[in-house]
Design a protein around this ligand. Structure first.
Ligand SMILES: Cc1ncc(COP(=O)(O)O)c(C=O)c1O
Length: 369
């Protein structure tokens, strides 16, 4: 039997360089400041530079990056924040952690990214911000969103958890709006050896506020805790691993693009629909999501070839039990609902060999009616 291929495989990247990773961990342990140590400052600087943004605050997850980022921007009780229904639950949950209200909009039928006309329909007197989630590694169409934000005086936050290095009109995501949040969950394009995340901003005072809040709101001069803060710091081992892995991120993203190109060029099955790539976007393919009509049968067919697919995501946020009370059931979000019923993630990770890619192509092409 062929080796098993998964839709994502972070373990393989660690396995191929395990001695180097262990050296990084060893060095960090000997340095002795295991939480929020100098490795964190060093990674913050390196990642901000890589993204072309001036300030970075490392935190303990992408979810907490969203929570703290919104808090630092002053989003709170009763504020409405527009969020695409086609995202991971962490995006709207972080809105709720701030006692604000997620308002769900639809995604585009072809790019599967946030749909500007649907955003505009969600705006009320209470709207404070829009969160653009760059899904699957492709940037959102930012210009119309930024235009709407300007017209209605709204903040724009980028959720870059799935798009480290994606370009929009030649510029990296993370520096396209008021603030950006990244996840370094192990499966991400830049993945830690556990949980980690960060916030990027051009505003030094926002960075300082996040640094303050993530560390129990401690005033280091006086020893005073100035408000109720949080314990959401990045740990030093994750920061050191991330900085070590950052040097390979461009090459990894390049390999993801090669694999995506092979899929687009070589999968010729009318039963399979692809995500449309917007002409001004250069995606980094965190996930390779396709849409098929008979998803269960497709996944079983792939499994027969030892290819394990995923679903991102099976229930759109507005229909999740956690959020259902927030959404008027008469107001459907048809593109997000379609996607949740038809999307499948086929294997996409930089350590895939050409032979692995050919197996996926072949299995997709053999899927019949
Ligand atoms: C779009 C999106 N936002 C936020 C998150 C949350 O990141 P984390 O798992 O690091 O908390 C994820 C992670 O899976 C994500 O995909």
């Amino acid at each position: 039997m062929n080796k098993k291929l998964f839709f994502s495989n972070p373990k393989e990247a660690f396995r191929q360089n395990i001695e180097q990773f262990l050296d990084v961990i060893r060095q960090t342990v000997w340095n002795g400041e295991l939480c929020d140590g100098p490795e964190v400052k060093s990674f913050e600087k390196a990642f901000a530079k890589w993204c072309g943004v001036s300030c970075c605050s490392g935190v303990d997850s992408g979810t907490d990056a969203l929570f703290l980022g919104m808090k630092a921007l002053g989003i709170g009780q009763g504020d409405e924040v527009i969020v695409p229904a086609n995202t991971f639950c962490a995006t709207p949950m972080a809105v709720k952690y701030n006692q604000a209200v997620p308002v769900f909009c639809d995604c585009d039928a072809n790019t599967w990214e946030i749909l500007p006309c649907s955003v505009e329909r969600c705006i009320t007197q209470k709207t404070k911000a829009i969160i653009c989630v760059h899904m699957y590694g492709q940037s959102c169409e930012m210009e119309p969103i930024l235009q709407i934000a300007k017209e209605y005086d709204l903040l724009v936050i980028e959720d870059c958890a799935q798009a480290h290095g994606a370009l929009y009109r030649g510029k990296k995501v993370g520096g396209l709006a008021d603030l950006a949040c990244f996840s370094f969950y192990p499966t991400k394009n830049l993945g830690a050896g556990g949980l980690a995340g960060c916030v990027l901003t051009e505003d030094v005072s926002v960075k300082e506020m996040i640094d303050h809040l993530k560390s129990f709101a401690l005033d280091r001069q006086t020893g005073d805790h100035t408000q109720i803060g949080y314990n959401m710091r990045m740990d030093s081992i994750q920061a050191a691993l991330l900085e070590y892995k950052l040097q390979f991120l461009d090459a990894d993203n390049h390999r993801r693009k090669e694999i995506a190109k092979a899929y687009y060029d070589q999968i010729h099955n009318p039963r399979i629909r692809f995500q449309t790539v917007c002409s001004v976007c250069d995606p980094v393919w965190h996930l390779f999501c396709i849409a098929v009509n008979d998803r269960d049968r497709f996944m079983a067919h792939m499994q027969e070839s030892n290819i394990i697919c995923g679903i991102h995501y099976p229930v759109p946020c507005h229909l999740q039990r956690a959020f259902r009370d927030l959404h008027d059931s008469a107001n459907s979000l048809p593109n997000s609902e379609y996607l949740s019923e038809h999307c499948v993630s086929i294997p996409m990770y930089p350590t895939m060999t050409d032979e692995d890619v050919a197996r996926v192509v072949d299995a997709c092409n053999r899927f019949g009616g």
